[in-house]
Design a binder for this molecule. Sequence first.
Ligand code: NAG
Ligand code: NAG
Ligand code: NAG
Ligand code: NAG
Length: 350
Amino acid sequence: MGFLMSVLSGFLLAMVFSVSNGDPLVPALCIFGDSVVDVGNNNNLSTLIKANFPPYGRDFVNHKPTGRFCNGKLATDYTAEYLGFTSYPPAYLSREARGKKVLTGVNFASAASGYYERTARLFRALTLTRQLKYYKLWQRKVVNLVGRTNATNIFSRGIHILSAGSSDFMQNYYINPLLNRVYSPAQFSDILMKSYSTFVQNLYDLGARRIGVTTLPPTGCLPAAVTLFGRGTNECVAKLNKDAISFNKKLNRTSEKLKSKLPGIKLVVFDIYQPLFDLIIKPAESGFFESRKACCGTGTLETSFLCNARSIGTCSNATNYVFWDGFHPSQSANEKLAQSLLEQGFDLIS
Ligand SMILES: *[C@@H]1O[C@H](CO)[C@@H](O)[C@H](O)[C@H]1NC(C)=O
Ligand SMILES: *[C@@H]1O[C@H](CO)[C@@H](O)[C@H](O)[C@H]1NC(C)=O
Ligand SMILES: *[C@@H]1O[C@H](CO)[C@@H](O)[C@H](O)[C@H]1NC(C)=O
Ligand SMILES: *[C@@H]1O[C@H](CO)[C@@H](O)[C@H](O)[C@H]1NC(C)=O
């Protein structure tokens, strides 16, 4: 099965590359959500949740930290490459997001943001509402650059990716008694689903027709979750994974409803739970040897989930680590995830 999948993804990649041959497969790529996809918006905010210092970015182009919560590329960076783009959508709040460069899309994501507005506000990140406001301003710029007709085509044929929910659970619900004493995980998920529906509906009303949303990862297997909630064991926290699976089922059902309500929409739920879980449970099958400890910040004792230049025990080579820090996959895991997204996302390019 693993072999077949890799042959298949190799085939898809070859096909995508031969089709693209210069021009990207879609006119634009716009990205919304949290730290899984943030490429530097938080650098320009008065938030503590940032990744613009070493060792973040040490394996990225130029080996410089950018604000990405990773040693190198994010899964969406690989996605941009697979789609034939020669640059990554710039962070909306960065200097690069100027002039004609914005025509191929922009990244609005902000670490510690989520479906629940208060998660983002707690950490002074960009709420999804704010991200959508910036998206509207971006649309206005595009219209000014290429005119209404061309712009409408860019909005409807461009791909929009949303990655949220992890911070709502990990950085809010599970550690916030004001939420977890009041709502069950299922009730909290229902609140998040309302916000998700509204977001997709608003994007649709603005002319977006190709939207992909990622599921929750196996949150119980994130090194930080094992440290915080694993009660001294070194195992994935079953309860958190169960909550993630239930959330993901709701995300699928809500998306099916949206599809039946919004004519002409292409809406794909990207499952990142299973591909990441497979890497964690069977790392050797994909060439990894460490799927419990993060390369940076969790150290051998897993006492902290912070990663910075003073962290003790940061691994010298993250290539064989599934996790870069306590919450985020390494570049090599992101590459595997992106291949899986490509297989799942064919509807969005066709
Ligand atoms: C964002 O931050 C960078 C580096 O801190 C700075 O150079 C840039 O001017 C800021 N951009 C905006 C739009 O504030
Ligand atoms: C709009 O699209 C047409 C057809 O693709 C193209 O010829 C024209 O240059 C575009 N206009 C602008 C301002 O980019
Ligand atoms: C929901 O799950 C079903 C069964 O796995 C799948 O066929 C369908 O494409 C999913 N819906 C969306 C919107 O991804
Ligand atoms: C890290 O390890 C990988 C695989 O073991 C190897 O190919 C790569 O060259 C190493 N990188 C560095 C910087 O040592």
